[in-house]
Design a protein around this ligand. Structure first.
Ligand SMILES: Nc1ncnc2c1ncn2[C@@H]1O[C@H](COP(=O)(O)OP(=O)(O)OP(=O)(O)O)[C@@H](O)[C@H]1O
Length: 226
């Protein structure tokens, strides 16, 4: 489902004499449907960079990333947006809040964007908000004023609303309490059971051990590494 081949990424620091910093060279791995691969490696090794390239946020200098038949490194922005709507989900710790949109709609929105019936989308949103213990009295309010932990859980609910065939997770359990962490791990396990191919960064080692089938150490792709 996710095929990364010979990926290369360097950053050019335009404000610092156009210095070029090579970060990733020759990165390659594959993730099958139903499989979860954890990116590992020390801080600065390039885990977030790889995840951002996979989501189409960073342009790679070489190689390919095929997800659901689309090569992200060469796709038009329009194709990337379609892929993100239908095929490729991304869950981070941070909610990008749209002002004035009620929480229930924020969570239902990925399903509504796919043309799913409104009743079905709202039912799924209610189910996820309840599972993630967002009090019902908050569902009609915008999450703008919610606590950090509440916003994080709204974001997770939104990220799992649609059963994406490919899913990127950036520390999904970071700073959650034990009960909500458990719910998120269950959501990840359910996504895997439903056939999602998952790539994640997990600093939570117990979470990683539980959900990841394999680890890919990105320091092996550090330019100049032995
Ligand atoms: N936008 C950017 N511009 C310049 N350099 C960058 C940029 N993003 C990342 N880097 C550099 O790329 C390297 C890899 O960073 P990255 O954030 O991918 O590491 P990481 O493995 O995710 O680290 P951590 O575990 O600390 O989050 C670092 O040396 C970083 O300074």
């Amino acid at each position: 489902m996710i095929h990364v081949e010979n990926l290369a990424k360097s950053f050019t620091l335009h404000t610092q004499g156009s210095a070029v910093i090579p970060v990733i060279a020759g990165a390659g791995f594959t993730v099958a449907p139903g499989e979860c691969v954890a990116l590992t490696g020390e801080s600065g090794a390039g885990k977030s960079t790889v995840l951002r390239i996979l989501y189409g946020n960073y342009l790679a200098q070489g190689g390919s990333v095929r997800i659901g038949g689309v090569d992200i490194t060469r796709a038009e922005p329009r194709e990337i947006l379609r892929l993100r709507r239908e095929t490729l989900g991304y869950v981070s710790q941070f909610l990008r809040v749209v002002p004035r949109v009620p929480t229930l709609e924020v969570v239902a929105e990925p399903l509504l964007a796919l043309g799913r019936p409104e009743a079905e989308a709202l039912d799924r949103a209610r189910e996820l908000l309840a599972r993630l213990r967002i009090p019902e009295r908050l569902w009609s309010l915008s999450p703008t004023t919610f606590s950090g932990g509440e916003q994080q859980r709204v974001n997770i609910a939104r990220g799992f609303a649609h059963a994406y065939p490919a899913l990127l997770l950036d520390e999904p359990t970071a700073s959650l309490d034990a009960v909500n962490r458990e719910t998120v791990l269950e959501l990840i396990e359910e996504a895997k059971a439903g056939g999602a191919a998952i790539v994640g960064i997990f600093h939570d080692l117990a979470a990683r051990a539980r959900v990841a089938d394999r680890e890919v150490d990105v320091s092996a792709f550090t330019p100049g590494a032995a």
